[in-house]
Design a binder for this molecule. Structure first.
Ligand code: PFF
Length: 452
């Protein structure tokens, strides 16, 4: 009977759509461009790609292996694979990270819906950059509208998650991801054909290594983890729904490649447009919401591209938020033996409560700071640079030293034998190289920069 059958992905394409859907999100389109801008452009991009290959793919694979082998949620998987130990605490950290990420992520996701609405109503028409900037500030510093959009976004996320894996998450991502790709390519073509666009491409692709410092290294690693959705158990959770015929190595490579391509395309979408407008690499979280509308309203067919752009950002955000909510829902459902409906309600409501504080950080709670940061900034910073980096660190240590080589290789070989040289190299990275590299960066931050 369908009800008792275990819910899981139905095909490899389904797995890739869902995992790439998780990976491609605000991290690519909203976060990557402004962080790259703040860290000097091309050289940062190279550093970022280096981390995706050397750290990202092995951690992603480790998460898939942990999830599929245990067939359990982010916390239950550690308990199952290392019973009687404290490793489940890493899972718990992942669940907390999911709360932290979704709380601020849903704020920005809500903004994207407001901007879809405004673009449809041609709300940017005839406005100068200054006006658009003050519109953005007026909107984000309000309470009612940003909260309303945030709640609508959380509700949309909940509806997909309620549908379950095959009929909710897989179905939604299989439809939305191709749409996202088409929209992004359309906006890219428009952006690179703007007069003066080549300066932007130069900024994105020309490396100036002198602009890098230790903080850029941390930011690149944190951004890679955030963008690939690694380090908190989203991919452990998805891994538990992957069947044994799906090859985990090629899936991880394809998901990481798709995510990196989409980050680069986002840069290609944004930097040429920025330079064409003559504003250079000014950035920060408002980048996408101020500068791009300024460009859209000044070009032919602007309304169409504005709607396309904000719609694609919302779609990208939605396919990511469902993966974060699923971490919490799978945990509640399995560990407390409650229905998906109940788990989704509890998860959505409790995350939304923390989310309210993030949204209000731009208005009524602007001056309530912790370590000199607003709640939003703190959650944004903590998620990538603390939770996900330490999460990734412990996940590779777990795979390399606790799960062990034979279990790891056995799981990878379930769908057909992987070349032993490849598995050997991968395991060396997971056991030695990745922990040392991630550990050095994560710990170094505390000594050098603290939380600032
Ligand atoms: N990878 C998503 C993005 O780039 O927007 C964000 C994210 C989703 C982070 C899921 C972590 C996660 F577990």
């Amino acid at each position: 009977m369908a009800l008792t059958q275990k819910d899981g992905f139905s095909s490899k394409f389904g797995v890739i759509a869902a995992a790439a859907g998780s990976a491609v999100g605000l991290g690519n389109i909203w976060r990557f461009p402004y962080i790259t801008g703040e860290n000097g452009g091309g050289a940062f991009l190279l550093l970022y790609i280096f981390f995706v290959i050397v750290i990202g793919v092995p951690v992603m694979m480790s998460e898939f292996v942990i999830g599929r082998r245990s067939e359990s949620n982010a916390l239950g998987s550690f308990r199952k694979l290392a019973p009687g130990t404290s490793w489940w605490l890493i899972g718990l950290m992942g669940i907390i990270a999911a709360f932290v990420i979704l709380s601020f992520y849903s704020t920005v996701s809500g903004w994207t819906l407001e901007y879809v609405f405004q673009s449809i109503n041609q709300g940017f028409e005839g406005k100068s950059m200054d006006q658009l900037n003050s519109d953005f500030e007026t909107f984000t510093s309000g309470s009612f509208r940003p909260l309303l959009w945030q709640m609508i976004f959380m509700a949309l996320t909940a509806v997909v998650v309620l549908g379950g894996i095959q009929k909710g998450i897989e179905k939604a991502t299989k439809i939305l991801m191709p749409i996202l790709l088409v929209l992004i390519i359309a906006v890219c073509v428009r952006s690179v054909t703007l007069p003066g666009a080549s300066e932007g491409l130069k900024f994105l692709f020309e490396p100036h290594f002198e602009k890098l410092n230790f903080k850029s290294v941390l930011m690149a690693l944190g951004q890679a983890a955030f963008s690939l959705s690694i380090g908190m158990g989203a991919l452990i959770t998805y891994g538990s729904y992957i069947n044994k015929d799906t090859p985990l190595l090629s899936t991880s490579i394809q998901v990481a490649a798709a995510d990196t391509l989409l980050a680069i395309l986002s840069g290609v979408m944004i930097f040429p447009a920025l330079f064409a407008l003559g504003v250079g690499n000014t950035g920060g979280p408002g980048l996408v919401f101020v500068t791009l509308p300024a460009i859209f309203q000044s070009m032919p067919g602007g309304t169409f591209f504005a709607v396309a752009f904000f719609l694609l950002v919302s779609v990208a955000a939605l396919t990511s938020t469902i993966s974060v909510l699923e971490v919490v829902v799978a945990y509640l459902k399995q560990e407390f033996n409650i229905s998906r409906l109940k788990a989704t309600m509890i998860g959505t409501i409790s995350i939304s409560i923390l989310g309210v504080f993030c949204t209000l950080s731009f208005g009524p709670l602007k001056d309530n700071t912790i370590f000199g940061k607003t709640v939003f900034d703190l959650m944004n910073y903590l998620s990538a640079n603390v939770f996900l980096t330490f999460g990734a660190l412990f996940i590779v240590i777990f795979t390399g030293w606790i799960l062990g080589k034979s279990n790891f290789v056995d799981e990878l070989n379930k769908s057909g034998k992987v070349n032993p040289v490849v598995t050997k190299v991968l395991f060396i990275i997971i056991r030695y190289i990745a922990p040392v590299a991630i550990g050095a960066i994560a710990i170094g931050t505390f000594f050098i920069e603290g939380l600032t």
